[in-house]
Design a protein around this ligand. Structure first.
Ligand SMILES: Nc1ncnc2c1ncn2[C@@H]1O[C@H](COP(=O)(O)OP(=O)(O)OP(=O)(O)O)[C@@H](O)[C@H]1O
Length: 294
């Protein structure tokens, strides 16, 4: 596979505060990579370094082989929307297209960003969600091979989000590579090929959601029962055991084994629920163990 982003031994400080420590990774073509981390973990800082908007203190970044005009092949959707008074959606898109040698067709941009009916609206009169869609339109105007999306769906309604992620998946099918950060983990869960967790200044997890499930527990089991809590507490397969009143909730790496162990007590168990662990709860568990991750 062709590597289109390579980061080696990257470090970043703001003043005396270390933000990123020895970051290393490569990104291949046609992947959707979700960069996740708590507020202030350094996601935007990392993306800004990749985009050469700010400099690192040390380390190397190689994007698209740093070939001539490689920046033309990158599309960026920043966390903040840009708004210019008196310019319409159509005008700003046409202007942006004009900066590129091989831009995406205007009609295609409108279609992918779902900006029908808003082409003649003034930029500063758009709603928050519409501004997000315009930011996306501006990001894809140059028909980029590599897209950076920082909190792309913030402020979008649920219909727009669904459509947006479908578009991102379609772009991947067209061999585009997408680097996305978001706090809406349930959205990333279905589309990301690869999850990178930024924690304690480093990439502390880098792999698929299936690999994260193996690490953190594949399933969540919940039920109500008056059974003694110490029946379960010491089972090594049980992770993150919680009991509130008669309600039991825990994560496990081996749901089948636990269900087998619960079978003799099924008469004393109500509302049994077994489900695959969501990215949200995997991330919470992962962060709780934060200090132990490399
Ligand atoms: N220009 C700056 N000068 C000094 N400190 C900064 C600067 N920009 C960011 N920081 C600090 O660096 C840390 C990382 O910030 P960053 O915005 O990269 O985090 P983030 O993971 O993107 O957060 P969020 O999820 O809230 O967007 C934070 O502690 C932030 O306060």
């Amino acid at each position: 596979m062709t590597s289109i982003v390579t980061v080696e031994h990257l470090n970043k400080n703001y003043g005396k505060k270390e933000i990123l420590h020895n970051i290393n990774f490569t990104v291949n073509k046609s992947q959707i990579i979700a960069l996740i981390g708590e507020n202030g973990a350094g996601k935007t800082t990392l993306i800004n370094i990749l985009l050469d908007l700010i400099s690192s203190n040390s380390g190397t970044v190689n994007i698209l082989d740093n070939e001539k005009n490689f920046k033309e092949r990158i599309g960026v959707m920043m966390q903040q929307n840009i708004s210019i008074t008196r310019i319409t959606v159509k005008e700003i898109l046409k202007l942006t297209q004009s900066y590129y040698q091989s831009p995406l067709a205007y009609e295609k941009i409108i279609e992918l960003s779902d900006l029908y009916d808003l082409e003649d609206s003034k930029m500063d009169k758009l709603s928050g969600g519409q501004k997000r869609r315009l930011s996306f339109a501006l990001a894809i105007a140059g028909n980029p091979d590599l897209l950076f999306l920082d909190e792309p769906t913030a402020g979008m309604d649920s219909q727009s989000r669904t459509k947006f992620w479908q578009t991102i998946t379609d772009l991947k099918e067209q061999h585009k590579t997408v680097f996305v950060t978001s706090h809406y983990l349930e959205e990333l869960e279905t589309i990301a090929d690869r999850i990178m967790i930024l924690q304690n200044k480093s990439i502390s997890f880098d792999g698929s959601i299936a690999q994260l499930r193996v690490l953190e527990g594949e399933s969540m089991i919940e039920f109500d029962s008056k059974l003694l809590p110490n029946l379960f507490k010491d089972m090594p397969e049980i992770i993150d055991f919680k009991k509130v009143g008669d309600h039991y909730k825990f994560t496990t790496k081996n749901a089948e084994l636990i269900i087998g162990q619960l079978t003799p007590y099924l008469n004393a168990i109500n509302n049994l629920k077994v489900q695959q662990n969501s990215l949200d709860s995997l991330f919470v568990n992962f962060n709780k163990e934060g200090a132990t991750h490399e």
